[in-house]
Design a protein around this ligand. Structure first.
Ligand code: PHE
Length: 445
């Protein structure tokens, strides 16, 4: 056990690191396409409700467990489950840790594609057109090269520790990401066709609200977007000084995450209509194209057809995606690294190398069995891992955890009615709501 734990040096550093984890491909890619295909503003509306009622409380529960115990997720859940069974906590923690590795195993593959697409316009600018073409086309060789590159980038940051690595890099990259995003939005909104996209995005089609799948999709999206359920936010919470005002911090993180998702919608959907204006096919049936085809086929083709400026737009867009993805992988990587350092007496470097190798092996298993594994792992993580762990956090915070937990400390609760209300909300309302949604997910499978 190491005696001195590294920690975040400032509130803002913590917020940017946690927002960095939250803001990722889920915001810039997932949210806009879900919104476009699920009633535009109506989806945004439902998303906001689910975020406030369920996802933010789950984020609070996750971070609170980390903050109160000041341990890595396995140790943290073990302590929190003390009153019932330390083993329950241990296995739940390890289950979360497995989720973190699975999340990384598909996320870094996709992040590698982003990085390759960011380097492609750069090669073009320097006149290496063959390299640019290779980088822009999906291939096995490209996966074999760029997944490891991305894992190494993350490992280099993680190896530097919490304050000098995670905090420093998130504090650098997040403001850049914000500026690039705003710049792209301003540019795209001036292109012909963009206003149609804005209309589609913001005009709510409330008839879609009757579809129960809408709530399910919105909840999945909100949990993924806030990085709930793999322990990443828990380990970040543990690096914040004990008894920090978690409520306020969670609200700031949630606000930033939602703001970026909303802004990404204002970029992606109008971009698709600009593409349509230029003659590209952006609908399949009555749905806007989503998925890899959108990001890696429609958008590059659009950027190509924009003339000289297109290469810069492509560079900015894919750099933004790569940065968003990189800061999102840090929190998941920190989960097993912190566990190995604190509970298994590894040095940070050894732990980082070991975790990177495990993630690399997981990624390569997916790369070599892409058709059968890629979708399966994503579905597992999104549909099962995240809500199950979210539910578990509510149960831990509200029911299992007795000692040292402010939310079940009777003396404290008696003196603070607002805390009692909040405690009861986490205890009764959240698990019931989440279970109802989860049962509906299972029935919809
Ligand atoms: N929140 C990240 C995104 O929106 C993804 C993520 C999920 C990161 C789970 C960490 C843990 O892209």
């Amino acid at each position: 056990m190491s005696t001195m734990r590294d920690s975040f040096q400032s509130r803002i550093g913590f917020i940017l690191a946690a927002a960095g984890s939250a803001i990722g491909l889920g915001n810039i890619w997932g949210f806009p396409t879900q919104a476009a295909n699920n009633g535009g503003g109506a989806f945004v509306f439902v998303y906001l409700i689910v975020t406030v009622l369920l996802a933010l409380p789950a984020l609070y529960a996750e971070m609170y467990i980390g903050n109160q115990t000041q341990k890595n997720p396995v140790g943290a859940l073990q302590d929190a489950c003390e009153g019932v069974s330390r083993n329950l906590g241990k296995y739940a923690g390890l289950f979360g840790l497995l989720g973190a590795i699975l999340m990384l195993s598909f996320y870094t593959i996709v992040a590698g594609w982003m990085l390759a697409h960011a380097l492609s316009p750069l090669m073009d600018l320097f006149g290496f057109t063959d390299a640019a073409t290779w980088l822009g086309e999906s291939s096995h060789a490209r996966n074999l090269a760029f997944t490891p590159v991305f894992i190494i980038l993350g490992a280099l940051i993680i190896n530097q520790g919490v304050s000098k690595g995670i905090e420093r890099w998130s504090s650098r990259l997040m403001p850049i990401l914000f500026v690039l995003l705003i710049g792209l939005i301003i540019y795209i909104l001036q292109q012909p066709g963009a206003s149609e996209g804005v209309a589609m995005y913001l005009q709510p089609d409330f008839s879609q609200l009757r579809d129960p799948m809408l709530i399910i999709s919105a909840m999945g999206q909100a949990f993924f977007s806030l990085s709930i359920g793999v322990g990443g936010m828990m380990v970040y919470g543990s690096y914040m000084k004990k008894n920090a005002n978690m409520g306020q911090l969670v609200l700031s993180i949630g606000a930033l995450d939602t703001l970026i998702a909303f802004l990404a919608g204002l970029l992606i959907i109008p971009t698709l209509f600009v593409a349509q204006h230029l003659g590209l096919e952006v609908f399949s049936g009555d749905k806007l194209i989503g998925g890899p085809q959108l990001i890696f086929s429609v958008l590059p083709t659009l950027f190509d057809s924009m003339g000289d400026i297109g290469v810069y737009v492509a560079l900015v867009f894919f750099s933004l995606m790569s940065m968003a993805a990189l800061t999102s992988t840090l929190s998941s990587t920190e989960v097993p690294v912190a566990y190995l350092v604190e509970d298994k007496n590894c040095s940070r470097t050894k732990a980082t190398v070991l975790v990177s190798l495990i993630v690399l092996i997981a990624c390569m298993s997916i790369v070599y069995n892409f058709d059968s594994l890629f979708g399966l792992v994503i579905t597992w993580v999104n549909t099962f891992q995240l809500p199950i762990m979210g539910l578990f956090y509510f149960i831990v915070v509200g029911w299992i955890w007795k000692r040292g937990n402010q939310l079940t400390d009777q003396a404290l609760l008696a003196s603070k009615p607002s805390l009692r209300l909040w405690g009861n909300y986490l205890r009764f309302v959240c698990p019931i709501l989440l279970s109802i949604v989860f049962i509906n997910v299972l029935m919809a499978l």
